[in-house]
Design a protein around this ligand. Structure first.
Ligand SMILES: [Zn+2]
Length: 270
């Protein structure tokens, strides 16, 4: 849904390839679209896969991204082309797309609290780190709160509805009386939110090695009142002592933020 069609560029390079007969001259480029492989791009442009990799400084052919610009050349491996390709890889993924991050609770509503660890604080920490990760991936980021203030649930959804072409991600932590319970779960309300929830949950479980409590449907206000794809991520149980200690550490919070950002990016490519 987030991938954009770059038909003019594609056609120009295809025509250029025909005109040139065999090799496309240096300077021609191709923007990767969904479904492309290095092999298909190389074949289409009468180039070798290894030449294409060399010209673009690609070391892992599986790490092709939608929106990535490739220099179509089988000769030479200028550092200029490889560095410009990695720069566009960083900035073009989420270009023009908004992510509205909603750190749950705040102000007079501190959410769950266990052994001095406050959910509202953790939510804001993850949200801030997530915002940094998403900006690096080319997304525009809005937040429903940036400090320890109270914001009503309807107001949060209304903030989300101010942005077109957005996704909404609410950040929370869980508690339960059963202190052995731990793990991560992601909630959605509509079908649009479901695939976003699946993508985020998958990255969380794979990257953080946490208990997978699955993707669940729920009629939460922030999910029901938002018009865009919306999810609510429960990033862990602070009622479980080992999970609480882990969630309170800055390095783990960064890993959570990266996992959610990767989930959003993967969702955007489909
Ligand atoms: Zn909460």
């Amino acid at each position: 849904m987030f991938s954009s069609l770059r038909i003019p560029i594609l056609w120009m390079s295809a025509l250029f390839a025909l005109a040139a007969g065999t090799l496309v001259s240096e300077g021609a480029s191709y923007t990767v679209k969904s479904g492309d492989t290095l092999y298909s791009i190389a074949t289409k442009n009468k180039l070798s896969v290894s030449g294409l990799m060399k010209a673009n400084g690609i070391t892992d052919p599986r790490k092709l991204r939608v929106g990535q610009r490739l220099t179509l050349s089988s000769s030479g491996s200028s550092t200029r082309s490889s560095s410009s390709s990695s720069a566009s890889r960083v900035s073009s993924v989420g270009k023009g797309k908004w992510v509205v991050i909603d750190p749950g609770h705040g102000g007079r509503d501190q959410g769950a609290t266990r052994s001095g660890v406050r959910e509202s604080y953790l939510n804001l920490r993850i949200a801030t780190k997530l915002g940094e990760q998403l900006r690096q991936r080319g997304y525009s980021v809005a937040m429903t709160r940036r400090s320890d203030v109270f914001v009503s649930l309807s107001r949060r959804a209304a903030i989300g509805n101010q942005y077109r072409n957005a996704v909404f991600v609410s950040i929370h932590f869980n508690v339960t009386r059963e202190t052995w319970v731990r793990g991560v779960e992601t909630y959605y309300a509509g079908s649009q939110g479901r695939s976003l929830a699946v993508a985020i949950q998958r990255e969380m479980v794979n990257r953080l090695k946490v208990v997978n409590r699955g993707v669940r449907s729920a009629r939460f206000t922030v999910l029901m009142e938002t018009k865009c794809p919306a999810v609510l991520v429960e990033c862990g149980f602070i009622s479980n002592s080992s999970e609480r200690n882990r969630c309170a550490s800055s390095s783990y919070q960064s890993m959570v933020a990266i996992a959610i950002a990767e989930g959003i990016t993967r969702y955007g490519r489909n």
